[in-house]
Design a protein. Structure first.
Length: 496
């Protein structure tokens, strides 16, 4: 038995595609309305300009998509997605220098954003009761009883090259991304203004795509797949580039994105400035990898990165007949790699709510918003913890200067203790991987007595110079490729 005749999903990007998978089993028909013409393969398109930048798909997000479309992960890998272990496959430059390479808990499937979307799109196209209407630009919603206890969204209006159209719907899903106008349309229909929480830490990304030399053509020192340079915490004189967060991000097809990002610093826009900035980074190794590769794009710059949470859950009565997923409800500073995963998890919550619902009434709408709030709080808390420490940040969630200074002084050192302790203590490694993947909040991790005990022991052993694994390898040299995993030497010997 279905819960309704038709669901209309507004927006056909990651959140909309996940939502289509979530609602398909519970309605006779799903229609996805997408303004762009969608490419048959993995290509950039106008509505998703952020696809030109690295997109980390966290394990929680990948699992959520896999729950909606079983076999998604296998499809992504078959299409070229690369399953990697961060501590083995990443050359990671922290404050003191390169970290030692060894096995660890943090793993991920790396792929371009356009490939992730293409694999998802293929799965939606296989749903027997789903249609994707391309070139369909949503212009408004139909409602009844706006703002009253049972006010309801009843349909969607949209325009196509052939003219204006309207579709009635038992459920409408807002997956229109950051720029969604739905909260304005609800106000126009009689609902009160939706409270919005914001914090814009003025993060800017610049990215350029590269074809890599084949593995055989690379030097022996290029063992890594991914290179990450963390911002310096050195308070002395240094070029602004030392404060960049930098990724040489691997993707399918032997390609990488060279990406530099910052909180509140002017970023290079031209190819010449991009190359010159890369040469002023904390290590020459990043620019060397760029120079050994072939650029295939111009420099792409994005500033649309503020945290923004539309709190529909705080409305006195929730609009019935509508659900919200993805950036349309909550967008994050992309440094933490959370957006797609939060979108996929919101869609899973929508599916779970539909699974246990008998009607799409006020209690369904309120229950879903409450479940999403609980889930979004984990990612939101992580973004707030660091972004609030930046003086350049603006928005409703800024804190007084004294609090900001404490946060600024604490968050990076704390992060360094956690990443350092991750190398020494598997319990910290496992919990930190869970936090990174949104499977656990940072608060939960910091309340875990085993983690706290390990952090304390790490601090003491570090002060006494008694750590097991070396760290702080010279940043001017190539990242060392030796595998420090206990037993690795013996394994290598056995293989030789
Ligand atoms: C620089 C940058 C880097 C990022 N890095 C990461 C990362 O590492 N990991 C991660 O998980 N996330 C990352 N994100 C966030 C991620 O891109 C978003 O969270 C994710 O794309 C949200 O998907 P969405 O479907 O909600 O919205 P969007 O992807 O923005 O899609 C909205 C869709 O709605 C369509 N649309 C808009 N208006 C209309 C209309 N009127 N009618 C019909 N269709 C319409 C658009 O064409 C588009 O297809 C990054 C974002 C940025 C900006």
């Amino acid at each position: 038995m279905t819960l309704g005749r038709r669901a209309v999903v507004m927006g056909g990007s990651v959140a909309g595609l996940c939502a289509a998978g979530a609602v398909a089993p519970y309605v006779d028909e799903v229609v996805v309305l997408e303004r762009d013409e969608l490419p048959p393969d993995a290509r950039h398109r106008r509505g998703v300009p952020q696809s030109k930048h690295p997109h980390f798909l966290l394990n929680s997000g990948r699992r959520a998509i896999d729950a909606l479309f079983p076999g998604f992960e296998a499809d992504l890998i078959a299409a070229g997605g690369m399953p990697l272990v961060a501590s083995m496959d990443t050359a990671y430059l922290e404050g003191p220098g390169w970290t030692p390479r060894k096995q660890g808990a943090l793993s991920m499937v790396y792929a371009s954003r356009i490939l992730i979307e293409r694999v998802l799109r293929d799965r939606v196209r296989q749903l027997p009761n789903a249609t994707v209407r391309e070139g369909a630009s949503v212009t408004g919603i139909d409602t009844t009883g706006g703002g009253t206890p049972h006010g309801r969204v009843t349909g969607v209006r949209f325009s196509t090259p052939d003219g204006d159209e309207q579709l009635d719907a038992d459920l409408v899903v807002d997956a229109l991304g950051r720029g969604s106008s739905v909260s304005d349309w609800l106000v126009a229909a009689g609902w009160p203004e939706t409270p919005v929480k914001t914090l814009d830490a003025k993060v800017t990304y610049v990215s350029r795509w590269y074809d890599l030399p084949s593995p055989a053509e690379r030097s022996d020192a290029w063992w890594w797949q991914h290179m990450v340079l963390m911002p310096t915490q050195d308070k002395g004189e240094h070029p602004p580039e030392h404060e960049f967060l930098v990724n040489f991000f691997p993707m399918e097809g032997n390609r990488s994105i060279a990406c530099m990002g910052s909180w509140g610093i002017d970023m290079p826009r031209t190819v010449e400035d991009f190359t010159a900035s890369a040469e002023r980074l904390r290590t020459p190794q990043f620019a060397a990898a760029m120079a050994a590769s072939t650029p295939t794009s111009e420099v792409h710059l994005t500033r649309s990165t503020g945290n923004k949470w539309r709190r529909y859950d705080l409305l006195p009565t929730a609009p019935e007949g509508i659900a919200f997923v993805g950036d349309a409800i909550c967008g994050f500073n992309p440094f933490y790699g959370q957006g797609m995963s939060a979108a996929a998890m919101s869609a899973v919550l929508l599916r779970d709510a539909l699974r246990s619902a008998t009607t799409l009434d006020q209690s369904f709408a309120k229950g879903l918003l409450a479940a999403q709030r609980k889930n979004l709080k984990v990612a939101w808390g992580m973004a707030m913890a660091r972004d609030r420490g930046y003086e350049c940040a603006t928005g409703t969630e800024t804190v007084p200067a004294w609090q900001r200074r404490i946060l600024a002084a604490m968050t990076w050192p704390m992060f360094n203790v956690i990443t350092g302790a991750s190398r020494e203590y598997p319990v910290v490694d496992e919990h930190f991987a869970r936090v990174f993947n949104l499977d656990e909040s940072i608060g939960q991790m910091m309340r875990n007595p085993r983690v706290l005990w390990a952090l304390l022991r790490f601090k003491v052993r570090s002060a006494l110079g008694r750590l097991t694994f070396p760290y702080g390898f010279d940043s001017q040299l190539a990242p060392p490729g030796k595998d420090w995993t206990p037993g690795a030497d013996a394994r290598e010997g056995a293989l030789a």
